[in-house]
Ligand binder design. Structure first.
Ligand code: OOG
Ligand code: NI
Length: 499
C-alpha cells in the first residue's frame, strides 16, 4: 500500500475507552481550508470525508428528491434516538452515532478494465479499497462489482463513505456487432479529467497530497461522477443498446459513470418507507435484506424508481431523448455476521424465497414479509445469543468497573467471566458491505422488471480482479481483524496476557 502511517488527524478512538468516542470534526485552518495544514499531507480519510460531502452537495442539486429524502431520514433518525435512549447510548459507545449524518453510499457502473483500474487508483487516494466481489449475472444483470470503502475502524469512523462499483461484462452481449460497437464507443471516451490523472500520479509518487492539492483533487474527481446531458451516441444506437439491456445503454451511451444514487443510513427503514409517499417519493414494494428485528443484522434497503431525464443524442439538436438511470435509496445497517451467521442468513432467506415461489413484487409483498418473519424466527434476536453462538462480530470495551478492578487478585480473567461481571461490554460491529441478492433487487427495480435476462456466463472473480489490477479484500477477514484488535486492546488495558 502506498499510504502508510503518516495520516494527519487520525482519531485513534481506543476501543477500550469506556467513555463514548468523541465525534471527529476537522477544524478549518486560517485559510478557511477544510484541512489541517500543520503537516505536509492531508489524511486520505479527510479527503474521503470532503469528497463524500462534495458528492452529496452535487447530487442534491442534480436530484432534488435526494434532498427531500435526506430531510426525512434526518427527522426519523432524530425521533428514533429520542424514543429509544438505550439505542442512542449503544450507538454513542460504538461511535456510530457520531458518523450517522455523514454516512452514505453511492453506486456507479463502468465499461472497461482501464476505467475500473484507474478508479481503483482514484479511490486509493481517498483511503478506499475494493472490498468483496459481487456477481450479479445470476440475477440477469450483466455486471460484476466490488465496494470501495475504508477498511480500518478508525478510518471508517472519520468517513464510512462507500461506492458500489460495477463493471459491465461486455462479453455477455451475444450480438457480436453490438458488442464491438460498444467496445469502440467505450474505448473513445475519457472519464477522468487530465488534472485528476495528474493528481493521482502525484499522490502515488509522493505518498499523499497537501491541502491545496487535496481540494483540487476533490473538485476534479467529482467531474467523473457528474451527470451528462449530452449522450455520445445517436438515438438509434441508444435504442439498440437499450434493447440488448437497459444497463448496457446506461454505461455505454454517456460520457461518464454518473453516480446513480446516494443512500443515507436510517435507524428505522420501515418508518421512512411508510412516510415516503407523503413526501412525493414512491418506494419499491419490498424491503431487501433481513426482516425487521429487535437487533438489526446486515443490511436492509429500499429504493425508489429512476427518474426520466431528458438527454440529447448526437443526431439531435435539442434534448429530445430521455433516459432513466438515477434513483434514490435508503438503508438500515445492523450487525456484521460471521461466516456461520451469514450461512444461517442465506439459508433462511433462500427458504423464504423458495416458499414464495416467485421474485418478491408488489402483488406478493405481504406474503413475502410474512414468510420472512416466520423463517427468521430461527435467527436469535439478542446480542448475547448472537455472540455466544458465534453468529456476529463484536467489539469489546472495558467498563469503569473493569478498570477499577484491574489490580484485584480475584478478578475474572476470561472473556465470558469478564462480560458476566460487567468488566467488559460488547457491541456488534456494523456491517459495512452489501448483499448480492439485495443488490440484484435494487438493480432490477430500477431497470424495470422487463429487463431480466439470462446469462450463461460464469461468475468470474479472476477476470474482475485482473481488470481491477489488484485482488479484492475479504470483508470477513476485516471484521475479524477489528474484533481481534479490540480484544487485544482490552487485554492490554486490563493487564491480561490475552483474551
Ligand atoms: C447498484 C445497485 C446495488 C446496493 O445498494 O445494493 C446497490 C447500481 O444500480 O448500480 O446500490
Ligand atoms: Ni445502493
Amino acid at each position: 500500500m502506498k499510504f502508510r502511517g503518516n495520516f494527519v488527524c487520525q482519531p485513534r478512538a481506543g476501543p477500550a475507552e469506556s467513555r463514548p468516542t468523541r465525534p471527529f470534526t476537522p477544524r478549518p485552518s486560517a485559510t478557511g481550508s477544510l484541512f489541517m495544514s500543520n503537516q505536509h499531507f492531508v489524511s486520505p480519510d479527510l479527503i474521503r470525508q470532503g469528497f463524500s460531502r462534495a458528492m452529496s452537495d452535487m447530487y442534491r442539486e442534480e436530484v432534488p428528491l435526494y434532498g427531500a429524502l435526506m430531510e426525512l431520514v434526518a427527522e426519523v433518525n432524530a425521533q428514533v434516538l429520542e424514543r429509544q435512549p438505550a439505542l442512542a447510548r449503544h450507538l454513542q459507545s460504538s461511535g456510530e452515532l457520531q458518523r450517522l449524518d455523514l454516512e452514505r453510499h453511492g453506486a456507479i457502473r463502468v465499461g472497461s478494465a482501464a476505467e475500473l483500474a484507474t478508479l481503483a487508483r482514484l479511490f486509493a487516494v481517498m483511503g478506499m479499497q475494493p472490498v468483496g466481489y459481487y456477481d450479479l449475472t445470476p440475477a440477469g444483470v450483466p455486471v460484476h462489482s466490488t465496494a470501495f470503502r475504508a477498511v480500518h475502524e478508525a478510518a471508517l469512523q472519520v468517513s464510512p463513505f462507500r461506492v458500489f462499483t460495477s463493471l459491465l461484462r461486455l462479453e455477455l452481449i451475444d450480438n457480436p456487432e453490438l458488442r464491438s460497437f460498444a467496445e469502440q464507443v467505450l474505448a473513445r471516451r475519457q472519464i477522468f479529467t487530465p488534472q485528476v490523472l495528474e493528481l493521482i500520479q502525484q499522490a502515488e509518487a509522493a505518498g499523499g497530497l497537501d491541502a491545496e492539492d487535496a481540494e483540487r483533487f476533490i473538485r476534479q474527481a467529482l467531474e467523473t461522477f457528474r451527470w451528462h446531458h449530452h449522450a455520445t451516441v445517436t438515438a438509434a444506437q441508444y435504442a439498440s443498446l437499450s434493447a440488448q439491456h437497459r444497463l448496457i445503454a446506461d454505461v455505454v451511451a454517456f460520457k461518464g459513470p454518473h453516480i446513480n444514487h446516494l443512500t443515507p443510513r436510517t435507524l428505522d427503514i420501515d418508518e421512512v418507507q411508510r412516510l415516503m409517499p407523503a413526501r412525493g417519493i414512491t418506494p419499491k414494494a419490498v424491503i431487501e435484506g433481513p426482516p425487521r428485528r429487535e437487533c438489526p443484522i446486515l443490511l436492509r434497503q429500499t429504493s425508489f424508481k429512476a427518474l426520466e431525464e431528458s438527454v440529447a443524442f448526437t443526431d439531435q439538436a435539442q434534448s429530445q431523448g430521455s433516459h432513466s438511470a438515477r434513483f434514490g435509496e435508503i438503508e438500515q445497517r445492523g450487525a456484521a455476521l460471521t461466516p456461520k451467521g451469514r450461512e444461517l442468513y442465506d439459508r433462511l432467506l433462500n427458504a423464504a424465497r423458495d416458499a414464495l415461489g416467485d421474485f418478491p413484487n408488489e402483488a406478493n409483498a405481504q406474503r413475502y414479509n410474512q414468510l420472512m418473519q416466520e423463517h427468521f424466527r430461527e435467527f436469535p434476536d439478542s446480542h448475547p445469543a448472537m455472540r455466544e453462538q458465534g453468529l456476529a462480530y463484536f467489539r469489546y470495551f472495558v467498563s469503569e468497573t473493569g478498570l477499577a478492578a484491574r489490580n484485584q487478585p480475584q478478578r475474572p480473567t476470561t472473556l465470558a467471566a469478564l462480560l458476566a461481571a460487567g468488566h467488559l461490554s460488547a457491541e456488534p460491529l456494523v456491517y459495512e458491505d452489501f448483499l448480492p441478492v439485495s443488490a440484484a433487487g435494487i438493480f432490477q427495480s430500477n431497470l424495470g422488471d422487463d429487463s431480466q435476462s439470462h446469462y450463461a456466463g460464469q461468475s468470474n472473480r479472476q477476470a474482475f480482479e485482473a481488470a481491477l489490477g489488484r485482488p479484492t479484500l475479504d470483508e470477513l477477514q476485516l471484521y475479524a481483524q477489528t474484533q481481534q484488535r479490540s480484544l487485544e486492546h482490552c487485554a492490554a488495558t486490563l493487564g491480561l496476557p490475552a483474551l
